[in-house]
Each structure stands twice: as C-alpha cells, then as structure tokens.
Design a protein around this ligand. Sequence first.
Ligand code: ATP
Ligand code: MG
Ligand code: MG
Ligand code: MG
Length: 458
Amino acid sequence: MTTDELRDAYLDFFVSKGCVRRPSDVLVPNDSTVLFTPAGMNQFKREFMGLGDPAFTRATTCQKCLRTGDIDNVGKTAFHETFFEMMGNFSFGDYFKREAIHWAWEFLIQVLKLDPERLTITVYLDDDEAYDIWRKEVKVPANRISRLGEDDNFWPAGAPTHGPNGVCGPCSEIFYHGNGPKEVEIWNLVFTQFNRIGPGELEPLPKKNIDTGMGLERAAACLQGVPTVFATDIFKPIVAAVAQQLGVDYVADGPNGTRIRRMADHARALTFCIHENVKPSNEKQGSVLRRLLRRAVIDAYQMGQREPFLHELPTVVAEVMGRPYPELKESVPRIRNVIREEEDQFLRTLDNGLKRLDDLFRKTKAAGSDTIGGKEVFDLHQTYGIWVDITESLATEHNLRIDRAGFDKSMEAHGEISRPMKGAAAVFATGPLDTLKSSYHHGSEFLGYTTTEADGKV
Ligand code: ATP
Ligand code: MG
Ligand code: MG
Ligand code: MG
C-alpha cells in the first residue's frame, strides 16, 4: 500500500464510522500557544472544551505537523521527522473508549491487514476499562498488553501528580514490531475523561472526548516492510534527490546516512513552511526555519558540498506530495528563491565559522576540557551565524559540551534573548499565561489550551 493509499484508507474508514472528514489545518496556526501545529487535535480545541458546534461531534483528519522538539532525533532514529503527517479520529462528547479501541484494531487488522502478532498495546496503570476492552473484547493476549505509569500513558504526561490542571486522561498506545527496528509507536489513543483540579484530584468530565494520532509515515513504513520512514515511497525520492544533488550514493548505515536523511527531512519541512509564507529570520517560526536550513547546509558542507543545492529540493517534494497537496506546486518558484537567498548568504560566512569551530574543538580537547566556553559559542553565533543549537549538536559529535549558561549570559549582555529550542515549553507558551485555562504537553510539545475569558476566544 502506498502512503497516499494509506491516507485515503484511514480517512475513508473513519468516515464510514460517522466522522466528518475535515481538511488539515495549516502548519502555522493562528494560535499564540504554539509555533507550529504539533498534533491533529490542535484545530479542535474549541470542540474539546465543549465550545464547538454541537452538531459536529466526530471528525477525522490527516494533519500536517511539525515538532521542533524532535529536531535532534531526525535522521538518527528510524521514526522521527520534524514535518510529518498525523492521521486522527476525534470524538467531542460522542463515542468513547470502546469504539476508539475497537475501530483502531479493526482498521489495523481488517483494512491494513497487519499481523496481530506484531502488535502490542500499552494502557495506563489503573485504566481497567481500557485493559478489559483490549483483553476481553478485542482478545489481545495478556502478554501483549502492558500497563504503564502516568509518564507514558497519561496525557498530558504525568498529569495526575505533576499537573497541569485541566482536561486530561489516560491513553493507550499501539506499537508495531517489525523485522528491522525492534518496535515503533504507531498510534496513540487518548481518552480525555477527567478534569484535574489539583494534585491527584481528577474529576470525571460530563462529556468525554477521544483524540487519536497515528503517524502516517510510520504506519506506511510498517506496511511497506521498510526499516525507517525515510525508506517509504513518500520519502525515498527525496532522500535520493539529496544524494544526487551531492553526487554521492545514499547508504542508509553509511557514515553520511544520518546527514542525508536529515537534509531530506529538513527539505520537506522547509518546503511546507515557506509555502505558508514563513521566512528564515531570528524570530519565532522564522528562527526554526533558519535553524533547519543552516543545519542542512552544514551537513552538506561537511560532505564537501560548496555550492548551494538545497533550493533544488522543493521541486521533488512538491512532486512526491503532489496528490494530497497539489497547491505546493504553484509555490515552488517562490520557495526555491527563499531557500536560495538564505543558502547563499549562509554559505558566505560558513567556511570561516566552521574552521573556527574545529579550532575550538581541538583547543578544548587539548586543554583536557570537555566544555566549550559560552563566550566562544556566542562569538560563533554572532559573527558566523552558527547557532547555539547547531554548535551544541556538532560538539556532541565530538563528545564535547557547551557552556549554555555562559552563552546565555553573553546573549543577555548583548541584549539578545536566547531561545533554546529543545522541548522548552517556554518557547511555545508565548500566550497570555494568566488566562491559561489548562496547559497541555503532548510529547515534548506544548499544546496550550488557552481560553481568554474576556473575548471567549480559544
Ligand atoms: P515518540 O514516543 O515516538 O516520540 P510520541 O509519543 O511523542 O512519539 P504522540 O505525541 O503520541 O507521539 O503522537 C501521536 C503519533 O504521531 C505517534 O504515535 C507517532 O505515530 C506519530 N509521531 C509523533 N512524533 C513523530 C515524529 N517526530 N515523526 C513522525 N511521527 C511522529
Ligand atoms: Mg511515545
Ligand atoms: Mg505517544
Ligand atoms: Mg515524541
């Protein structure tokens, strides 16, 4: 089954269960609590709070998502991307656990024809209801169901003890065990059934919701029997195009495997973001874009590439993803120009910056230290445009650390605010915190449900 067929199969299946098919929301939503849409449920915040159109109680989508918290994993793990598509089915006070679980299984086994012996399930420790549905009704053997704690199987993670207050609930995750990678989480079913009013104090909600998310490319990899998302039909041509641009062969476990996968991922993310008019800058979404672009340029540079190349990739992305997103094609010339300009500019300073960085690595090691000074990191940032996150991840490749606190001090001294981009809720929580009704963490991403009481906007 191709990835395009899988996307259709999922949406058709849930339409047959009474869900209304809704389009993907944009990647950069009109929502001050997130930089990018991190999950399918984001466009339904109103509905989950009981503020939506009451006639509209079931939905299904395939949502364009971007998770900055996963940037450092991309290309290293088999199944993390920055930009990815999340298929979801949602109930707003309508169907609940029984249907969500039965339908998930029916879709996996009857429609996708996955081997049930390759699937395992997790449920929350005391969620006997979910356990019993999986065990007694779906008849999953007991040795393939595990009960995990609030950090794994509660949403937001850890909610019962470490908050935050607000709508929350246990979840149940489905893992696939393939021949290549040991296991991959393919689907998360979240049962939002409580309102947390204090530590350990969970009140049942009058109207219970279902929020599920299934990674499209992960599921496609399982179906296609390939070891990573990068080897699926929707990703492979982009990976091949990167290798072709650089004049090398792509060898998945070769020394440049991670770099090539990362460049392919970043090219997809850049294409979709710039399509939505985000431009590389030092602010918010633009700064993420700049980081993705520079990382890709550095990866290529380290493989000997001295000419701009990244701008050639949006054409391939738009082609491969043309069926679900035909609108991309029209934007390609504009996307190419934006990338080309930034690439040119960055390449001009890169050479000296990387030499300086190598120097620093050498000197640090020679001095018997494992930490690069904050002032030096700041200098690289300021003079050569090599951002702290990039310096940090390059340092890690040399088993070195950076003095982050020292860097922050230098930034402050120069009137700049450092914005760490790794899973820092603060980056995403730029909304009016005093009106925060309940804030959510989903994976490493902040998903604030904010309600501004004054204007009733969510
Ligand atoms: P993981 O533990 O693998 O990081 P997660 O628990 O953070 O995944 P969820 O927040 O539960 O993921 O998101 C729902 C589904 O979306 C996951 O089960 C997975 O299939 C998919 N998904 C999440 N993050 C990514 C990613 N970075 N790239 C591709 N698919 C993803
Ligand atoms: Mg997980
Ligand atoms: Mg999960
Ligand atoms: Mg995650």
